[in-house]
Write a protein that binds this ligand. Structure first.
Ligand SMILES: [Zn+2]
Length: 199
């Protein structure tokens, strides 16, 4: 991976010196204002899309930007959400879906995932998204599933006690976005009509 080594070299020579003051502050302070939950897809880079500096976004990336609903017991996503909301005190949480999402495409088009059983099991967290898309008569429509899935994951997010508490206190706001890779655009979805999200 020579290009990664070259990247580190360029970062140290050109980027880090230009932001030396920022990194000096960040060395002892971690106070992001936003929790960004996006897809692991390599084309969806939160800091690039939002033009944010190190220290601004607390990022969780999962396949399909899925956030499992709260269950007793710990997992990486729950721990990340709780840490960001209850400990770091982020004020905004973004769930960002995107065009041409491999996870949503596999679900919408019913791909055979027999060779990827962990992926198949993980994508079950989008069952509600699939159901909503089907109920809207949009079965097989990837773009519709991407949007429904963002709304469904926001609802899942609200089941986490730390998020429920912060929502009740008015300390945090939830946002649903869809990033279009070809256009470079970000659409903010109107998710206020979702009772589970507004609760
Ligand atoms: Zn994706």
């Amino acid at each position: 991976m020579p290009h990664l080594a070259e990247g580190i070299d360029r970062f140290q020579r050109e980027v880090f010196p230009a932001k030396a003051g920022l990194f000096a502050r960040l060395a002892t302070v971690h106070r992001p204002r936003t929790l960004f939950i996006g897809c692991s897809d390599a084309r969806v880079v939160p800091e690039l899309i939002t033009q944010t500096d190190p220290g601004e976004l607390f990022v969780i990336r999962t396949a399909g930007n899925l956030v499992p609903a709260h269950t007793p017991g710990a997992d990486a996503v729950s721990a990340g959400v709780e840490y960001a909301v209850a400990v770091l005190g982020v004020r905004d949480v973004v769930v960002c879906g995107h065009s041409a999402c491999g996870a949503m495409t596999a679900l919408a088009e019913g791909h055979d995932l027999a060779s990827a059983p962990a992926v198949a099991a993980w994508l079950r967290h989008a069952d509600a998204s699939l159901a909503r898309t089907a109920a809207a008569g949009r079965t097989g429509d990837v773009a519709a599933l991407v949007r429904e899935n963002v709304a469904a994951q926001l609802a899942n997010l609200a089941t986490h006690p730390s998020v429920a508490r912060a929502l009740a206190a008015g300390d945090v706001r939830l946002h649903g976005w869809v990033f279009d890779i070809a256009a470079g655009s970000v659409e903010e979805l109107d998710t206020t009509a979702r009772p589970a999200v507004a609760a």
